[in-house]
Design a protein around this ligand. Structure first.
Ligand SMILES: *Cc1c(COP(=O)(O)O)cnc(C)c1O
Length: 365
């Protein structure tokens, strides 16, 4: 045991295992909520043209002004609200923590929820409080939530809308009650906005403590790492002070601006994913032993027969399909798998493999 390491690195950091991304080479990738579609060839060519004049020897625009303008236009961001760009929305979660962290300050969210709220809270030495969702449908337990807000007085409250990893969208009235009860900021995380019709984007400004966070990752640009935070300009100006200069690199700025000018292509793709989500949901419902939950995201959470999640995960991998096994991640996720909606042929392969594994589990190897 390295004594100096043990003395210097905080025990809660030493207790962590580094964020694990499984090897996916050669597999049908249905584990990470990526958009499976690439761009039409003509669009790829136009994108490469847009990169041609770039000067990589120069620092990028520190504010990403052209990109901000493209986002405002494409995403219907209210004119009087501020925008803050992050290297993925993960970085925005980190900036928020850096701006407010102090001994005894707390982050509150629901469990099971997005793991980065808890992780980044831990990095910033903030306390994390997770209020359990209701077991039957993963809805918010509003009395428990309001009671926790009153008791803990959290500085930050995160609510993913729709929620990851459960896929459901919380009741908008519940969120309003939470925003009105919160002593601190409430961040509505709309990472899955392309896959639902509901949004709080049109409501920013209605409450001084509401921020809406988005990402371009799930819509089809996960490789660029770009998130954005929208809310009252005075809040964002303070959070902006802890952002490192040039956090959005020049390739991301130009590529995302280009992509947003062709947003119709992404809208078509995300509409196709939504239609495929309905078909996959129906197909999973037909498989005896599976209990898929309703989803407004680009993935479906499904309960599987007791004790079989690990074997099904392994069997699918054997069949060339990578998904996410959530069994053991939280008591409410026992026997649960998360399936990202892929292309029609990928989803068909998933349904075939799941059917084979559940009908003849002993033959699955
Ligand atoms: C995927 C996801 C994010 C992270 O998005 P990035 O912009 O890729 O960092 C944030 N919140 C939720 C709820 C997500 O599922």
């Amino acid at each position: 045991m390295n004594a100096r390491l043990a003395a210097l690195i905080r025990p809660e950091i030493r207790a962590l295992t580094a964020y694990h991304v499984p090897e996916s080479n050669g597999l049908i990738k249905l584990d990470a909520m990526e958009n499976p579609y690439t761009w039409p060839e003509s669009l790829q060519a136009a994108w490469l043209d847009s990169l041609r004049g770039l000067e990589l020897n120069r620092y990028p625009d520190p504010q990403g002004r052209a990109l901000q303008a493209a986002l405002r236009e494409a995403m219907a961001i209210p004119d009087d609200m501020g925008v803050l760009l992050g290297n993925g929305s993960d970085e925005l979660i980190q900036l928020l923590a850096l701006a407010v962290a102090a001994p005894g300050r707390k982050i509150l969210s629901v469990d099971p929820g997005f793991v980065m709220y808890r992780m980044i809270g831990l990095f910033a030495a903030m306390d994390y409080i997770g209020v359990p969702l209701q077991a039957e449908d993963f809805s918010i337990n509003l009395p428990a939530m309001l009671e926790a807000i009153e008791r803990e007085q959290p500085t930050l409250i995160y609510l993913a809308y729709p929620n990851n990893p459960t896929g459901n969208r919380f009741d908008a009235d519940d969120l309003v009650r939470i925003i009105e009860a919160a002593p601190g900021l409430v961040i509505v995380d709309e990472a899955y906005a392309p896959f639902t019709d509901a949004s709080f984007m049109g409501l920013v400004g209605d409450w001084d403590n509401l921020l809406v966070m988005r990402t371009v990752s799930k819509m089809g640009l996960a490789g660029l790492r770009l998130g954005y935070l929208v809310g009252p300009a005075d809040w964002l100006a303070e959070i902006d002070k802890v952002r490192l200069p040039y956090n959005i690199n020049v390739l991301t700025q130009v590529s995302a601006t280009f992509a947003l000018q062709h947003k119709a292509v992404f809208d078509e793709q995300t509409q196709a994913i939504r239609a495929e989500r309905t078909r996959l949901q129906d197909a999973l419902n037909q498989i005896a032993g599976l209990h898929p939950y309703p989803s407004e995201a680009n993935f479906i959470l499904t309960r599987v027969p007791t004790g079989q999640a690990g074997a099904l995960f392994a069997g699918l991998k054997q069949a060339g399909i990578l998904i996410k096994n959530l069994d053991g991640a939280h008591p409410l996720l026992t026997d649960c798998l998360r399936l990202t909606v892929g292309m029609p042929e990928e989803n068909a392969a998933l349904v075939r493999a799941l059917t084979a594994l559940l009908v003849a589990p002993d033959c699955a190897g």
